[in-house]
Design a protein around this ligand. Sequence first.
Ligand code: ATP
Length: 231
Amino acid sequence: HGEGALASLRDVRMRYGKVVALDGIGLDVRGGEVLALLGPNGAGKTTAISLLLGLVRADEGEVRLFGRDPQTIEARRGIGVMLQDAALPPTLRVGELIRLTASYYPSPRGVAESAELAGVADLLQRPYGKLSGGQQRRVQFALALCGNPRLLFLDEPTVGMDIEARQKLWNAIRALVADGVSIVLTTHYLEEAEALADRVCVMARGRIVSEGSVESLRARIALKRVWCATH
Ligand code: ATP
């Protein structure tokens, strides 16, 4: 495994019945970086995150979180998670939700600080169910960071949001990165990877088909266009 990687996959294969979700992938999450897993529906992005979180086990290969088996409690300390389709009690107020969630962790952030970082300080008295989709997503982000994680997993954090809501969440993510948190996120949007990521792994059909900085990725796409137009 990569020296100093916070989390890693090595030669990982994963099937759901006959469906191959991951077809032999390897990746390292480095300290201090924002790594984006970019790809279309069914590429295997969520499966990669689920493995790193220890929610599912690989059929083959090795998975490490802070150098350990991600299904151990020790490995899970220090991570924060924002998955797709979070269902939260609609009548609870945002402040209560953050306070209760923070109480699960040994050294949480205060409610005010978590709310400030996530850009929901003005929503603390509002019932969760009365918020817009974009506001709910930012509250989910506050819940992911309130435990004071070193490493944060965000599965399609801005899917379905309008551009204004998306930019607000991007800013919230940037504030956390400035605070020293490392991030793995999945996205369908090249602009999102461009806005946030230091490094991108492009996934398709259970494989990593391209990897590098967003600039190098753009250069390759442009080159391919020129190539296709002239041949
Ligand atoms: P999306 O962008 O839609 O979230 P993804 O890149 O995250 O897609 P995965 O959710 O990891 O992709 O899915 C990879 C493959 O595994 C897909 O073909 C999907 O249909 C299949 N798959 C995922 N979860 C299950 C499951 N619980 N049971 C059966 N097949 C599954």
